[in-house]
Design a protein. Structure first.
Length: 260
């Protein structure tokens, strides 16, 4: 397969060679068709640990996407992730009855602990939210829920993926904490904030986030808080602001921390 080999460069090469200049998510079927890859999208409630699969049988390739989660942004990311395995020439690992390939879980999409899954995620991010399209739209903007929601809709991605891309590019000090109940499930930080990241297992008591989760009420705006409850290596010159909103039906929340 032609073109560069790194995930980011490969994604950019595809967009350039195919002349895609608008939201790449709207071209995923076109990209797959150009490679002769068949695509199936099915609701598979009996297999909730499957997000998607890339299947090989002889010279034939097929992508299967589980639409169970009902979030178009997640479906698009899974689609792009499986195409990443194909375009990056990853050696298939799943073998059964003459069919080989990749079986990817929701955890592979969110964390990608294995090298091939990490590379497929890097490809998906770069394909769906290319830097030359995405970065100019966040110039001068505050990383908040309005920006996340707006760009997620524009690029047809999940708010989770969009927020992570924003953290990658922002020059300011932001930390995003995702939680289920009071349990912290993920922490992400911009480059400027990484040295202050404090590993947390639980949302700290006495914070606005704790109160929002306990009452299942969204914070409407950022409020100043005690940085020592959230961060390490902080002195009195710093000011920390937090804002928490949740999907209370599913018991999950996201807290944005802004350090000034």
């Amino acid at each position: 397969m032609g073109g560069p080999s790194s995930p980011v460069a490969k994604a950019n090469w595809i967009l350039e060679t195919m002349g895609i200049k608008d939201a790449p998510a709207t071209h995923l079927d076109e990209i797959a068709k150009s490679q002769g890859v068949r695509v199936g999208k099915e609701n598979l409630p009996d297999d909730p640990n499957l997000s998607g699969a890339l299947l090989f049988q002889g010279n034939r390739r097929a992508i299967l996407i589980n639409t169970l989660f009902g979030n178009q942004g997640r479906v698009n990311f899974t689609f792009a992730h499986e195409q990443g395995h194909h375009y990056l020439g990853h050696t298939p690992t799943l073998i059964s009855d003459g069919i080989s390939g990749f079986r990817c879980t929701p955890e592979d999409m969110e964390k990608g602990n294995r090298t091939k899954e990490i590379e497929a995620n890097q490809f998906a991010v770069s394909l769906l939210m290319p830097e030359n399209q995405f970065r100019p739209l966040m110039a001068g903007a505050i990383l908040d829920y309005t920006l996340i929601n707006g760009l997620a809709r524009q690029f047809y991605v999940s708010k989770h993926a969009c927020c992570n891309r924003l953290l990658e590019f922002t020059r300011d000090a932001y930390i995003v904490i995702r939680s289920k109940g009071f349990e912290v499930t993920e922490q992400r930080a911009s480059l400027a904030a990484k040295r202050h990241l404090l590993p947390l297992n639980q949302i700290p008591q006495g914070t606005a986030a704790y109160g929002a989760i306990a009452s299942k009420n969204n914070q409407l705006d950022f409020t100043e808080c005690d940085p020592n409850k959230w961060l390490s290596g902080i002195n009195s010159a710093f000011h920390l602001y937090e804002c928490t909103r949740g999907d209370w039906t599913h018991g999950v929340a996201m807290t944005i921390l802004k350090l000034l």
